[in-house]
Design a binder for this molecule. Structure first.
Ligand SMILES: [Zn+2]
Length: 162
């Protein structure tokens, strides 16, 4: 079973992923991957869900407690719904706030073959959060300047450099 020392070591060695669910909370509640990591490094286990190989950690560095999937090694994370290993691929992510919606496509991630869940490797989550916040800000400015527009859609495409 995972204990807190074990978990800290995995986190320090960047052997973790952040799941979609945590990213949604992070955006809504205003924290980031760094906060999650800080909470784990300073926190303690307050609940253990043995059958799901999952623990709930309470740490001081964040605004609230967070669930995080810690994988004991470099094997792919499991889908919490289907209990099968995820595969490396790409996912789309949608976030809505105050009447604007941001969709980021083709994010490299571990994904469930059934398409219901995704998990991001270390470092990806904070980059996503920053990108989505900037896009939300742009969309809200447009909304404020032209409140009469019923629906407007923009597509931002990031191409790989040659
Ligand atoms: Zn699944």
């Amino acid at each position: 079973m995972l204990d807190i020392e074990n978990i800290r070591q995995l986190v320090e060695n960047k052997r973790y992923q952040v799941k979609l669910h945590a990213l949604q909370h992070a955006l809504k509640e205003g924290f980031g991957e760094k906060d999650i990591v800080a909470a784990i490094l300073s926190g303690r286990i307050i609940e253990t869900y043995q059958e799901r190989q999952r623990v709930l950690i309470c740490g001081q560095a964040t605004t609230e407690t967070q669930e995080m999937n810690i994988e004991p090694d470099l094997k792919p994370p499991f889908c919490s719904e289907h209990h099968i290993p995820m595969v490396w691929g790409e996912t789309d992510f949608t976030y809505a706030e105050d009447g604007v919606e941001v969709v980021v496509r083709h994010i490299p991630a571990w994904v469930c073959p059934h398409g219901d869940d995704a998990a991001f490797p270390p470092g990806v989550t904070d980059e996503l959060i920053e990108t989505i916040r900037e896009l939300i800000a742009v969309a809200k400015r447009t909304q404020a300047q032209r409140p009469s527009l019923s629906q407007q859609e923009y597509l931002v495409k990031v191409m790989a450099l040659p």
